[in-house]
Ligand binder design. Structure first.
Ligand code: ASP
Length: 330
């Protein structure tokens, strides 16, 4: 070894990232890994994140993986928090289709979906359901349409804020039915669900990860699923699709993905992706998700590059639909 190599080697060994994390140290013992959920606790995104946190704990060497609900502004507050976090792998974001639809639905988000994050891999695909308060006088979609006509101007539709999946689904529904409804924004669909069950709002379109249990318990009425085909989940298998019911091309399936702030060291990203892949094959995680109508990703979208490609394709798919429907918000 020449003199130069001798002097550079120890330096290379000591090299840390700009933020002081060596991949060899990751995850740093005694530090938690926080998965930021940009919606309220107890809702569908939160539910996926908590199950995922549990499944990723072991492959991350047993460190604590906790969930932080940074709710508000349709998911953009939490996403922005992660975009501006220290890129050391200890602060992650679990977000849904909002990553692809927010840029079109909300014109002034304070971060760039494509360049402010490292993509760590996708988690699942989740259908949505159209549901109502239990006291609404309609037991199927045809009756719901009659009821909507009779109550024009008085119908309330709950959502998780501008940019949320429930916002997108509700806007597409109003557009398809050619009917304006008063939207009632919450910081997540957990509190929206409480109000729906209590009868304070009329309708909501939300992920099966939030609605399956309530549909099963008959705490809400369910009219349809937003997928192209009917679902297999026992509690949901009798629900027609909105397409079957005449809403041509109506199809929304949301997805969840895991992200880290831009600049997270590549080997830290790799460790996180490896742990994610272990979680995605964990039979307990798969079973829990399937029971809620979600399908855990088992294809190449568990790889970061494919995740990024998928989100870019979703941006390209949704932006013209949102613009053509005129359903974006300022
Ligand atoms: N389901 C919500 C949405 O509409 C998010 C949530 O509360 O998890 O995007």
């Amino acid at each position: 070894m020449n003199k130069f190599c001798k002097s550079i080697a120890p330096l290379a060994l000591l090299a840390t990232t700009a933020f002081g994390v060596q991949a060899a140290d990751f995850p740093v013992k005694d530090r938690v890994i926080t998965i930021v959920v940009p919606f309220t606790a107890g809702g569908p995104t939160d539910r996926v994140a908590r199950d995922l946190a549990e499944a990723m704990r072991k492959p991350l060497g047993g460190v604590s993986v906790v969930v932080d609900n940074a709710a508000g502004a349709g998911g953009s507050i939490g996403a922005n928090k992660v975009a501006k976090s220290n890129p050391d792998g200890h602060t992650l974001l679990l977000h849904h289709i909002g990553m692809a639809t927010m840029p079109a639905l909300v014109r002034n988000i304070p971060f760039k979906v494509e360049s402010d994050f490292e993509y760590l891999g996708m988690v699942n695909d989740v259908p949505m359901t159209l549901i109502s308060r239990p006291t609404l006088a309609a037991n199927n979609f045809a009756e719901l349409r009659t009821w909507l006509e009779a109550n024009k101007g008085k119908v309330n539709l709950a959502n998780a804020g501008v940019g949320a999946a429930s916002h997108l689904c509700g806007l597409l529904l109003q557009n398809a039915l050619k009917m304006d409804m008063t939207t009632v924004p919450y910081k997540g669909t957990a509190p929206a669900m409480t109000d729906l069950i209590g009868g304070q709002v009329d309708l909501m379109c939300d992920q099966t990860t939030n609605t399956t249990g309530q549909i099963e318990a008959k705490k809400v009425k369910a009219y349809a699923v937003t997928t192209q085909k009917r679902l297999n989940t026992p509690a949901l298998k009798d629900l027609p699709t909105l397409q079957e019911l005449g809403l041509k091309d109506f199809q929304v399936t949301i997805f969840h993905g895991l992200y880290a702030p831009k600049g997270t060291p590549p080997d830290v990203q790799k460790k996180l992706n490896d742990a994610l892949k272990v979680a995605l094959k964990d039979p307990d995680f798969i079973k829990k998700q399937e029971g809620l109508g979600a399908v855990v990703v088992s294809d190449k979208r568990m790889e970061p590059a494919e995740h990024k490609k998928f989100v870019a394709a979703e941006i390209a798919k949704w932006s013209p639909i949102i613009k053509a429907a005129g359903v974006y918000a300022d």
